[in-house]
Write a protein that binds this ligand. Structure first.
Ligand code: AMP
Ligand code: MG
Length: 411
């Protein structure tokens, strides 16, 4: 449902996130292309991938040792005759090897277990005595063997369309012979920064001018989320030029604007979008940083108006724009995940907003500790840079004690 921008619609964090997820579930990427598996990292699969044969394709030994019939080791120690050696790779002689009672094959990790054997004894529990091996530990049937097809059966689904290719997915694709992969085309995301005080990164700023950092942090986040950023010229706080640039941005698949969405007299983004008959799904979220965040649609394209304060821009991208962009990139939806850590020192804060505050996660192994970084508010990029996560504080808490568990977004 659309609301005019004069009527502000401020949602809780959870509702604002859900609204994006609902819209994200209705978008699709623009087509696909084939890429070499070497250049497929972080791309999103546009095809599903099935096992081309059983995995493993033969019963595989997981140890260096001796392939045995477990029944031959009922009495320990036992001496078995060595019938031969099986290494990983092509088998010499008759394929597959067959094990007779009271015999054993010496076998290497990754090699096919001979027919008749039901387990492998680790070499550590054996000693050689001429043509025989003495075994000092019994085994259960199946021990140290992965049965044929136990990891995946021929024809079964391994990777679904919509999977983002990380190293594991790439290894799985390689294991079934996919040297080229069909992946979705990356969505193009326009980035439009607004503000009369903002100058280009390579300009010499006047005493009250601010260099544009938001376009670059956003471009990095867009790439990380699977999109292709298109950075537009900086828009002044002037409606006609702003509208021109918004129209240009709407040629892309998604438009991200920063700045000009607060309550100031020159915050024109919402006004201009309203003149363009935009629908507004919300014009604020009860969060800090990032309260003035705007989400809407105009000319059948989705847009986000992200607040101009640099930390707000980065945080609201992660919380709201990322799921839309990932959906446009063809990724299956995934939940926002949080870690938990113990708070190192007490926090006092005003209730009413859900906070995502820069913090440092430290500690060893399972003893994670987290502590807020002192900061000057949502414009303080330097403090954010000293942090390695955001601590999430629910809107109803005013005081959180040292030692309490808190939710953390590691980033
Ligand atoms: P606004 O959301 O337009 O009210 O801007 C809030 C604050 O963020 C102001 O201090 C701006 O100067 C600053 N700001 C806005 N856009 C950018 C940008 N692209 N890069 C760095 N700072 C910005
Ligand atoms: Mg501004």
């Amino acid at each position: 449902m659309a609301t005019p921008p004069t009527q502000s619609l401020v949602l809780s964090f959870e509702d604002a996130r859900r609204v994006v997820e609902d819209h994200a579930s209705q978008v699709a990427p623009h087509g696909s292309e084939a890429v070499d598996i070497l250049h497929s990292a972080s791309r999103v699969l546009a095809e599903s991938i099935a096992a081309d044969r059983d995995i493993p394709p033969f019963p595989r030994s997981t140890r260096d040792g001796y392939a045995v019939r477990s029944a031959d080791l009922a009495k320990i120690p036992a001496r078995l005759k060595i019938a031969g050696e099986i290494k990983a790779g092509p088998l010499p002689g008759k394929v597959p090897a067959t094990l007779s009672p009271s015999e054993t094959f010496s076998i290497m990790t990754g090699a096919p277990v001979p027919q008749g054997a039901d387990s492998v004894v680790m070499v550590e529990y054996t000693s050689l005595h001429g043509e025989r091996v003495e075994i000092t530990k019994g085994v259960a049937p199946g021990e140290n063997i992965v049965a044929q097809g136990a990891e995946a059966q021929s024809g079964s689904l391994l990777l679904d369309r919509g999977t983002r290719l990380n190293e594991t997915a790439i290894a799985l694709a390689a294991s079934v012979g996919k040297s080229r992969l069909e992946v979705f085309v990356r969505p193009r995301v326009a980035v439009l920064t607004t503000g009369d005080e903002i100058v280009k990164v390579d300009a010499e700023p006047g005493p009250t001018q601010i260099r544009n950092s938001n376009s670059y942090s956003l471009a990095a986040q867009i790439q990380d989320a699977g999109g292709e950023p298109l950075v537009l010229p900086i828009a002044p706080d002037e409606p006609r030029r702003l509208r021109q640039l918004i129209e240009q941005g709407l040629q892309s698949d998604l438009l991200l604007m920063t700045g000009g969405v607060s309550m100031g007299r020159y915050d024109l983004v919402e006004q201009v979008l309203a003149q363009m008959q935009a629908e507004f799904f919300y014009t604020g979220a009860k969060i800090q940083p990032g309260r003035p965040v705007v989400f809407g649609r105009v000319a059948r394209k989705y847009f986000f108006g992200l607040p101009g304060n640099p930390v707000s821009t980065m945080v609201t991208f992660e919380l709201f724009a990322r799921p839309m962009l990932e959906a446009l990139a063809g990724m299956s939806p995934r939940p926002l995940l949080f870690l938990h850590a113990r708070l190192k020192s007490e926090i006092h804060i005003k209730a009413g907003l859900k906070r995502f505050l820069p913090a440092i996660l430290s500690g060893q192994f399972e003893e994670s500790l987290v502590e807020l970084v002192p900061w000057q508010g949502s414009g303080d990029i330097a403090a954010r840079s000293r942090s390695n996560c955001l601590v999430v504080i629910p809107p109803d808490r005013e005081r959180i004690l040292a030692g309490e568990w808190v939710a953390v977004m590691p980033r």
